[in-house]
Design a protein around this ligand. Structure first.
Ligand code: ARG
Length: 281
């Protein structure tokens, strides 16, 4: 098995795998290597790894409290769960920060940038065609963030105004499908730019997942979450499509065990407080 993957893409080297998302995309397109497997190693239990001894995790920053920089280190709810997965195989977690678009399109996984994507990523049918999702590990819904002095409380109220969305996300799709036609959508590459745009009044509102927007509003009294849309989303971790069934299995058993033995609840409480479901506003 691993002999085969070793022969497929001799041109790909480790250093190129560390290029930022955009540069990597350009390399891949220029050389026609899209979807190519890269050199991997295999653990005793059959888990394939792009780097020996490490669980290499792609994420998109910032997405607090799921993944964000704190004192020079990437931490968060997703990262804690990835730590559990890594521990069970005696691996170190290495986080690769990359664009969400490349994560949700499967590109980061296909090009061997990482073994697993942990990015507060919603399981959708469209994505499930190009990446393999773990069992769901978190529930979310879309929400609307506005400046604290705003009169806007719904998408309809935004008629003739601007709405910030994060590129490649379910929030972007929801806004395209549900905002009035005369709302101008402004696309931001990451959540930090989006929340900053709302906070500084560059846009009239921003749409994203409830957990991250409540977290942001809780520490910024210049903004507030005024609406939730019942999109009923579930987050999954992702591995390369048909590329790493053993890793997927390991992730699923690790989450199930953590839910059973209380570890999941402890991690949840650490990042969201003790509230059973929703972060309070
Ligand atoms: N849950 C949404 C989606 O899957 C947003 C995820 C964005 N994640 C991130 N780390 N920026 O589309």
């Amino acid at each position: 098995m691993s002999d085969i993957t070793r022969l497929v893409c001799p041109a790909m080297t480790r250093s190129r795998l560390r290029l930022p998302g955009a540069a990597l995309a350009a390399t891949v397109l220029a050389t026609g290597l899209a979807g190519c497997a890269t050199e991997t190693t295999t653990t005793e239990s059959g888990v394939e790894l792009v780097t020996d001894g490490e669980l290499t995790v792609c994420t998109s920053l910032p997405y607090k409290p799921f993944e964000f920089n704190q004192d020079g280190e990437v931490v968060g709810f997703d990262i804690d769960l990835m730590d559990l997965v890594a521990q069970s195989e005696d691996l170190e977690v290495t986080v690769v920060a990359t664009g969400f678009e490349g994560i949700q399109s499967g590109q980061s996984l296909n090009t061997g940038e990482c073994d697993v994507a942990a990015a507060g990523m919603t399981i959708t049918d469209e994505r499930a065609r190009v990446i393999d999702f773990s069992d769901p590990y978190f529930e979310a819904t879309q929400a609307l963030l506005v400046p604290a002095d705003s009169d806007v409380t719904s998408l309809d109220d935004l008629s003739g105004q601007t709405l910030g969305v994060q590129q490649g996300t379910t929030g972007e799709l929801y806004a395209e499908d549900n905002a009035p036609d005369d709302v101008e959508l402004r696309v931001y590459e990451d959540l930090g730019l989006l929340t900053q745009a709302v906070n500084t009044g560059q846009v009239d509102a921003g749409i994203n997942d409830n957990g991250v927007l409540y977290d942001f509003a809780n520490s910024n009294d210049t903004v507030e979450v005024v609406a939730e849309f019942d999109t009923g989303e579930q987050y999954g971790f992702a591995v390369q499509k048909d590329g790493n069934p053993e890793l997927l299995e390991l992730i699923n058993t690790t989450i199930a065990d953590a839910q059973e033995d209380g570890t999941y609840d402890e991690i949840y409480a650490e990042w969201f407080g003790d509230a059973p479901t929703e972060p309070s506003s």
